[in-house]
Design a protein around this ligand. Structure first.
Ligand code: ATR
Length: 292
């Protein structure tokens, strides 16, 4: 156990619920590895108390906070500054202490990008199929456009939501990047090339491990790489279907790792070595019972 003294800095997580988070393990492991006098704790914040929580944290000299469900949007109103990308997405998961208040970032998307890079998956110039148009998928669509993806076929059960996301992203980045589509219309995506598919719906999440948003094997013939934002289970039905047709598939645990690593780097103005990041990843996999 680390020594806590008068110099110990505090970081934490606000959300509701926060009890099942892996973030304390990520940050406390990194702090111990680096010999940094910092502790990270979860704070269960009741509805209607976010502003007070953020103000209180600032008054208590808290170095930084993560923000999780359901406060990633609401917290923006409590900040003195917001990173441009996070502002566009409308979701902040990391608060960094600055003079006068906290600045908000979206390290979920920065983390996804770093996870993709670590697997040598590119967004730049790519043709991408994005499944979903909820909060997570919306953020991914912004990330893809910010990296100048050639095209994003945005497939969703509710077409109107896909249309709305497409309009917002295309307007923000001033090119026709995102094409909204009804989920069932996947057969109309040109079959003369293969795609990166990012699975950003909640379908397939534990305990519904036998479900995938598209089950037709013909769809998976179009996919060279599948990336599922879900990490529980470690092989989703979507991933299994991608692999069955010869594609490579990844779960979302590295995204969770790197969103934490990037938050830690922002708070401490440092760069975490890949060796330390992968040591944390090993602990996360052990916690999840993942062996690969
Ligand atoms: P998150 O914040 O995780 O993105 P969300 O905003 O509730 O969660 O979005 C959930 C996504 O999963 C949406 O794209 C949703 O589709 P709809 O917009 O049509 O609701 C998708 N989703 C959830 N359950 C689904 C199901 N049974 N079949 C198809 N899509 C589903």
């Amino acid at each position: 156990m680390q020594q806590i003294d008068g110099y110990t800095r505090l970081c934490g997580l606000i959300g509701n619920p926060v009890e099942h988070t892996m973030s304390p393990m990520i940050h406390n492991t990194l702090a111990r590895k680096e010999g940094r006098n910092l502790v990270y704790v979860p704070f269960h914040v009741e509805h209607g108390q976010v502003q007070k929580a953020v103000e209180g944290a600032y008054a208590l000299n808290v170095l930084g906070l993560n923000v999780t469900v359901p406060y990633k949007g609401e917290v923006i109103g409590c900040l003195t500054d917001t990173d441009a990308m996070a502002g566009r997405i409308g979701a902040v998961n990391t608060l960094v202490r600055t003079d006068g208040g906290y600045k908000g970032y979206n390290t979920d998307m920065m983390g996804l990008y770093r996870a993709l890079c670590s697997e040598e998956i590119r967004l730049e110039g790519e043709e991408i199929i994005l499944l979903g148009a909820g909060g997570a998928a919306r953020a991914v669509a912004f990330l893809c456009a910010s990296k100048k993806a050639a095209r994003v076929y945005l497939l969703n059960r509710t077409l109107d939501k896909a249309k709305q996301v497409a309009e917002e992203v295309n307007c923000a980045y001033a090119y026709e990047c995102v094409i909204p589509m009804q989920m069932e219309a996947y057969a109309t995506i040109p079959s003369d090339k293969k795609y990166l598919a990012i699975q950003a719906t909640s379908v397939g999440l534990y305990p519904n491990v036998e479900e995938a948003v598209i089950t037709d094997s013909a769809f998976y013939e179009k996919i060279h790489t599948g990336f599922d934002l879900i990490y529980k289970p470690a092989e989703t039905k979507f991933m299994a279907l991608v692999r069955e047709k010869g594609g490579q598939a990844f779960h979302g645990l590295k995204m969770l790792l790197y969103q934490g690593v990037i938050a830690y780097e922002l708070w401490n103005d440092t760069e975490v070595s890949e060796e330390d990041a992968l040591a944390v990843y090993g602990k996360m996999k052990a916690e999840m019972g993942i062996r690969d």
